[in-house]
Design a protein around this ligand. Structure first.
Ligand code: ZN
Length: 480
């Protein structure tokens, strides 16, 4: 596989410290609010990456943190504490907020077919690891105490701005917004490893430490959690592009200073989801969540499909119209798969050829739009339906669009509707499940107010010589 590496600014051949084994780390959510669909774009693409690596034969150990302490509203350790903000907003305890929004996050993931990482670790569960790392950093002179807090001394490093694709000012914009200067810092890029004296007197979660009762900074948690579960050599670190600076820069600084050797050679950053007005955020405009998509009648997987159609390193623009197009394309695809007959033998030579091509194409910097194209190519292949279904099922191990399950459900539903003579929508015809499935799909499209799709299916049926008549409680079709 070839992946763009943000640490070197180049597309490179993917390598691992131990051949065949991937130690992968993903920055998880800060659980003070629902995730918006822009946050979830990163988790979708990381999920595809993990599944692709497994598909390519790697043994993957994927670790993710849940930030339930220490993340301030500016990523550079200033502003309000996000968890406290959530607790105040809802008049609950920080732990209640953490539990509620952790569950909500995994609900969203489930709806989007995002696999839960092998290890999920809340930050509050690894305090001893952070203390161990910070203690050594203090002992070796990489960290200092000032005003009761422990800071990392960025001046001790030869190289600090590792992800500077752009200039420093550009990257620091998010950091500067509404920031008050912390006079304890010796250098502007120093960051907090451990807070004892801070303005958050009401901080609920505190632990004893060699520097006094307090709590960890945000950045240290990812280094601590990764080293605990991935070991000292991490192969691949993932996150949204806004994590690159200062969060990932700080993770590298503290991890390598602690370990005394390089820590993670490959960095994967997913770019923003914008709305037409600019970058999507929780505080601006309509708060787009998976629940909102569902309320508006969308299958959350239509959003996953929308994300897959574009490359992870390109900014993706969200609009309802764009989502409608993706939803219509997804429905159309499911109908085409439902029309395949799951009978006969699989041609293994064709299957292997398609699998090999998919592996190659998608392995070019996680080219998910090629993966989408590959499904349509499989549908057009000059081979039997059983082989097409097997190939599509194989691709779906990476895409996770529930293609075979949903198509089978459509097929089943059509067959049942015909047989039962009851139910909500009865199709009477000449007993051809393929046609029944299309007639039902037309009905579903109409019900979902997707009239373009309904018309398209009607035209397709017409081209096949099928005439559909809407009757009370269903539809009747005949060959003309
Ligand atoms: Zn992180």
């Amino acid at each position: 596989m070839y992946l763009y590496n943000s640490a070197t600014h180049k597309k490179e051949e993917f390598k691992t410290h131990i051949p065949g084994r991937v130690e992968m780390y993903t920055c998880g959510p800060t659980v003070y609010h629902f995730a918006h669909i822009g946050n979830l774009r990163s988790y979708i693409m990381e999920d595809v990456l993990e599944k692709y690596l497994r598909f390519a034969g790697y043994d993957v150990n994927r670790v993710m943190n849940i930030t339930d302490v220490g993340h301030l509203s500016s990523d550079a350790d200033t502003g309000e504490d996000k968890m406290l903000k959530g607790a105040k907003r809802e008049n609950k305890t920080v732990m209640d907020i953490a539990k509620f929004y952790t569950d909500a996050f995994f609900d969203d993931c489930r709806k989007l077919n995002i696999k839960t990482p092998d290890v999920v670790q809340p930050a509050t569960g690894c305090i001893d690891e952070y203390i161990k790392i910070i203690s050594r950093l203090v002992d070796t002179g990489y960290a200092y105490l000032a005003g009761g807090n422990v800071y990392f001394d960025s001046s001790k490093l030869e190289r600090y701005y590792i992800f500077n694709d752009h200039d420093e000012d550009d990257l620091a914009v998010g950091v500067r917004e509404g920031v008050e200067e912390d006079s304890n810092k010796r250098n502007k890029n120093d960051f907090v490893l451990w807070f004892t004296k801070s303005k958050f007197e009401d901080q609920a979660l505190k632990w004893d430490s060699p520097w006094g009762v307090g709590y960890p900074g945000w950045h240290i948690e990812c280094s601590g959690i990764s080293m605990k579960y991935n070991g000292e050599y991490l192969d691949l670190h993932c996150g949204g592009v806004d994590n690159a600076f200062p969060h990932h820069t700080n993770e590298i600084a503290q991890s390598e200073s602690y370990l005394g050797h390089p820590w993670c050679p490959q960095w994967f950053h997913v770019h923003h989801l914008n709305d037409p007005a600019g970058k999507m955020s929780k505080s601006k405009g309509e708060f787009l969540t998976v629940s909102l998509l569902e309320e508006k009648g969308y299958d959350p997987l239509a959003y996953r499909w929308f994300c897959l159609q574009s490359h992870y390193r390109k900014t993706l623009v969200f609009s309802w119209e764009n989502l409608d197009n993706a939803a219509a394309a997804y429905t159309k695809l499911l109908n085409r798969i439902a029309a395949l007959k799951p009978e006969g033998d699989v041609d293994t030579a064709v299957f292997d050829e398609y699998r090999k091509k998919f592996l190659q194409q998608v392995g070019n910097d996680l080219n998910t739009s090629m993966a989408v194209t590959a499904v349509f190519d499989a549908l057009k292949a000059k081979t039997g339906d059983a082989t097409k279904l097997a190939v599509i099922g194989e691709f779906d191990k990476v895409l996770s669009m529930s293609l075979l399950e949903k198509a089978a459900a459509l097929r089943e539903k059509a067959a049942q509707a015909v047989q039962s003579g009851g139910g909500d929508y009865v199709i009477t015809g000449e007993g051809d499940p393929e046609i029944d499935a299309k007639v039902l799909a037309r009905y579903e499209a109409k019900k979902a107010k997707n009239f373009a799709e309904a018309d398209r299916i009607r035209d397709e049926l017409k081209a096949q010589g099928i005439e559909v008549t809407d009757v009370k409680g269903g539809a009747a079709w005949k060959r003309v």
